[in-house]
Design a binder for this molecule. Structure first.
Ligand SMILES: [Mg+2]
Length: 364
């Protein structure tokens, strides 16, 4: 029998948007709730557009964030500008809130290095998207170590999926974070599937949050589809790290409503009934029902919001298309600060081959 560990689990709203208990005081701020709701809607509309752009061959692979918008919006709205995000590949919601532009996200997934060169100075120190599984957790600990050594009261937030928690890199990161009591918050987006591997055969522990206990720090679970709950727990985790009380592992229980990426077809391995059930618990409808029940949301506001967000998405697609294509050799440009002499010959060969194909540089 798996060992049971008593861990906190937070949920304020039932799947149909009914209040299950007393809310924290901040939840009375309907302007805040509207902002959080707006950001989830914007993320979903952008996400749909990104998938459509991939289907029509205008960007490469894309990892949809469908169904997990609340987690990213909570993180993005609570991190301070001086904090640093070390993201994984399903973080559209967080990146947009941090100040990464929609067209930059499209450039990234279009294979264009400019997509990781964020124009907004507010996000200059955030890391680019990490596609290798769990390696970013170690980078996050490196950044958090620097903050601690310099005596800076800044926090690192790093994210990953449920599958990443089985990787050595993740466990090593937890270990060093606990040993050195680093100001880092690990947010696990447990969307129940690691590509085609279901959570139940991913790990023998009943929760992923309890991995923090072995590393000597706080772990807890939250309903990742309940905007109010996830906001509340991300806020508590950030405060804890800010005040030198050590790292936190927050496991957000959600569901990946879309495919793993546009290179996947989840209908080949997931039961339709399970997905149908998950749609009943998704975060946007849940908060919308709650707000409608409180008398602060209606169909007119919904339609106005959708129109506004669609306009923003369309504008970003226009900016993305106007950016043109980057030279093929740009794939080499950002690997090293100074190109190593030992690789000079390989670079020359690559450039010669590009020139022979006529597909060489079109930038200065
Ligand atoms: Mg997953």
């Amino acid at each position: 029998m798996p060992h049971k560990v008593a861990l906190a689990y937070t949920r304020y709203l039932s799947p149909d948007g009914q209040l299950l208990g007393d809310l924290p005081a901040w939840a009375d701020d309907f302007n805040l709730l509207t902002r959080l709701y707006r950001q989830m809607v914007l993320t979903r509309l952008f996400d749909q557009k990104a998938v459509a752009l991939q289907r029509t061959g205008r960007i490469g692979t894309y990892a949809p964030t469908l169904g997990q918008e609340a987690i990213g919006v909570a993180i993005g709205s609570l991190m301070r500008p001086e904090d640093v995000l070390v993201p994984y590949y399903r973080d559209t919601a967080v990146q947009l809130m941090r100040g990464v532009r929609m067209e930059e996200i499209l450039l990234y997934w279009g294979g264009d290095e400019r997509g990781s060169d964020f124009a907004d100075p507010a996000v200059a120190e955030d890391f680019p998207i990490c596609v290798p599984i769990a390696t970013q957790a170690l980078h996050a600990c490196g950044v958090a170590s620097a903050f601690k050594i310099r005596g800076e009261h800044r926090v690192v937030v790093t994210t990953c999926g449920d599958g990443a928690t089985s990787k050595g890199d993740f466990l090593e990161a937890l270990n060093v974070a606990g040993t050195w009591q680093l100001p880092v918050v690990f947010v696990v987006n447990n969307n129940q599937w690691a590509i085609s591997v279901p959570r139940r055969i991913q790990c023998g522990a009943p929760t992923l949050a309890q991995k923090a206990i072995g590393a000597g720090f706080h772990g807890e679970q939250v309903d990742g589809n309940d905007m109010l709950a996830v906001y509340d727990r991300v806020q508590a985790a950030l405060e804890r790290a800010q005040h030198g009380k050590g790292p936190v592992l927050l496991e957000c229980l959600s569901y990946r409503l879309g495919d793993h990426t546009t290179a996947d077809d989840a209908t080949r391995y997931r039961p339709a009934d399970e997905v149908k059930q998950a749609w009943l618990e998704e975060p946007i409808k849940r908060l919308q029902r709650f707000m409608a029940g409180q008398g602060v949301w209606d169909e007119g506001r919904e339609q106005a919001l959708i129109g506004e967000c669609q306009g923003l998405v369309q504008q970003a697609v226009g900016n993305f298309e106007a950016a043109g294509t980057q030279a093929a050799e740009s794939v080499l440009d950002y690997v090293y600060a100074q190109w190593p002499a030992a690789l000079a010959e390989q670079r020359e060969m690559f450039l010669e081959r590009l020139a022979r194909r006529g597909g060489g540089s079109n930038h200065e």
